[in-house]
Design a binder for this molecule. Structure first.
Ligand SMILES: [Zn+2]
Length: 266
């Protein structure tokens, strides 16, 4: 089990290393394919041993070997998060998301792993660049719709839940669109409107409401903290997708206890 965990962590951080490349390309529009192959500062080509997930960063103590400038901490952070996600998926997620019937015994956990990977991409791309690439929204929407439809056809998902998931997707996208129009884009942007569509499909009802509610609370807390810490001025843009993703993850994993606790307070 420990060996398997270590293997999955290493494998996950290697995937995370690849996600760094995807994020780099999607935020800076550069056209190299073969990894983060050079230093961000001195542009020196990196040797293979400077590109090992996490280990290179630790061995180099976070600095470039030649120009000694800091390597952006987001690289090892994304590698570590992806590694942890793979281990979590193995220990808890696999049984958590697993339905007893074939072929969903493997399809379902695999689906959620892909959702996790896309969440990591959207989280950091929006955080760095304040955009959510359309291609990720489309891929996530198609996957979620196929997955939900397959469950419906197999009789695992009830028609009521299926249509409520679709209604959540359209309903919350429309609500966000109205918010964007009312605030003239100073709050969230059109990217959030589009991203809300696959989130509604994935979360269903009533978890979508909980996820959006949590996103607004976490977003407000972080915005106030940034203002107090003077990292942001009032009215400055704060990306919203990271909060939507945090809200969605909380809602997916602890949705039921959170909802019953909340209604227990009333
Ligand atoms: Zn350098």
């Amino acid at each position: 089990m420990i060996v398997m965990m270590l293997f999955l962590f290493a494998f996950g951080s290697a995937i995370g290393s690849f996600l760094n490349v995807v994020i780099y390309r999607m935020t800076r529009g550069e056209s190299f394919v073969y990894g983060r192959s050079y230093c961000d500062h001195c542009k020196r080509q990196l040797a293979w041993y400077e590109n090992i997930p996490l280990l290179s960063f630790l061995a180099l103590r976070g600095r470039c070997r030649t120009c000694h400038k800091r390597i952006d901490a987001s690289y090892p952070l994304i590698e570590a998060i992806t590694g942890v996600m793979f281990v979590w998926w193995y220990l808890i997620g696999f049984t958590f998301f697993q339905l007893a019937r074939a072929p969903f015994t493997y399809l379902q956990p695999a689906f959620w792993l892909v959702v996790g990977i896309i969440f990591i991409l959207v989280f950091f791309i929006d955080l760095f660049k304040y955009v959510i690439p359309d291609v990720l929204v489309v891929v996530l929407s198609v996957l979620a719709l196929m997955y939900r439809s397959a469950l419906l056809i197999a009789g695992i998902f009830q028609p009521y839940d299926y249509w409520m998931a679709i209604a959540s997707a359209f309903g919350f996208s429309l609500l966000f669109y109205a918010l964007v129009r009312i605030t003239k884009g100073r709050g969230m942007g059109l990217g959030d409107v589009k991203f809300m569509f696959p989130l509604g499909l994935i979360l269903g009802f009533p978890q979508t409401i909980l996820a959006v509610y949590l996103a607004f609370i976490i977003g407000a807390v972080v915005a106030v903290a940034l203002l107090v810490a003077r990292k942001k001025k009032f009215g400055q843009v704060v990306p919203f997708a990271p909060f939507l993703i945090l809200g969605s993850v909380l809602s997916l994993i602890w949705g039921e206890p959170l909802l019953s606790w909340y209604f227990g307070l009333l």
